[in-house]
Design a binder for this molecule. Structure first.
Ligand SMILES: O=C(O)CCC(=O)C(=O)O
Length: 263
């Protein structure tokens, strides 16, 4: 399901991209399902949904409208999105499972935290600064990342430290007061040999190694940036096996960082 060339790229650079992995009609279907959730919450708050022909804009603009009513309402959509059948179907689709097996091993698990990133315009607090997902989920794992719209530097699409996965797990610390995450300090990032800003179309599939450092940018556009993220772990990973395949949702330090939430 993944050709040798892509697999080599993944191993060498820590990531690879498979173009047009999901059809535009599937993307519209996902967007409409999420837009329905938004509409329900808007109606509960006596607010009308604003109509757009494009299903992505319909979702994005109305989510912004909902967020303006009360920030916690966006959280309802974010949490419910992780429980939508379509995302679980995608996570357990034969194509993604075969890819995960070819990259990791025959013995894999799907992490229960399947989510849809919703990067709101100008948001700094939730911005995923430089980090390795392996810091938060310590096992050999693969991240499957699918944007629901064109994504580049303007809407804060991630940058990747090319080949840096080979240097193992890096220290993470609280580096910005106005951001909730623990991140890799600047001194380390400054030593990265090659940082690549990714540019993906809606439905492209980005695969990256749990050790690949990456960072999102501020979303400077006027729309929300959405991306489905699904994680697979290798059950043969020694650390993971020794702790009984328990995949802590976040590391202890990561949890502390979130709990320290200063708004
Ligand atoms: O697309 C984003 O905003 C960053 C996502 C990310 O870094 C992650 O899910 O680990």
């Amino acid at each position: 399901m993944i050709n040798e060339l892509k697999k080599e790229e993944y191993e060498k650079y820590g990531y690879c991209v498979i173009r047009d992995f999901i059809s535009q009609s599937d993307i519209s279907y996902y967007s409409l399902q999420l837009a329905w959730l938004v509409e329900q919450q808007l109606n509960l708050h006596s607010t009308e949904m604003q109509y757009y022909e494009d299903s992505y804009r319909l979702l994005s603009q109305n989510l912004i409208k909902l967020d303006a009513i009360n920030k916690k309402l966006q959280g309802y959509i974010y949490d419910q999105a992780t429980r939508m059948p379509f995302i679980h179907q995608l996570a357990s689709s034969n194509t993604l499972i075969s890819i995960a097996r070819e990259i990791l091993s025959q013995n894999i698990a799907i992490h229960s935290r399947i989510n849809i990133i919703m990067a709101m315009p100008k948001d700094l607090w939730h911005l995923a600064l430089w980090h390795q997902d392996g810091f938060y989920n310590q096992s050999n794992h693969l991240v499957a990342y699918i944007p629901l719209q064109f994504s580049d530097e303007n809407n804060g699409m991630i940058k990747i430290g090319v080949g840096e996965h080979k240097n193992g797990l890096m220290p993470h610390e609280k580096i910005r007061k106005n951001n909730k995450w623990l991140s890799i300090p600047d001194e380390k990032i400054n030593k990265f040999k090659n940082i690549k800003q990714l540019k993906l179309n809606a439905g492209d599939l980005l695969l990256f190694n749990g050790l690949t450092p990456h960072s999102a940018g501020v979303n400077k556009s006027t729309d929300v940036r959405f991306a489905i993220t699904i994680r697979y772990s290798d059950l043969n990973d020694r650390f993971f096996k020794q702790r009984g395949w328990v995949w802590e949702d976040l590391s202890i330090e990561g949890l502390k960082a979130i709990n320290s939430k200063e708004k």
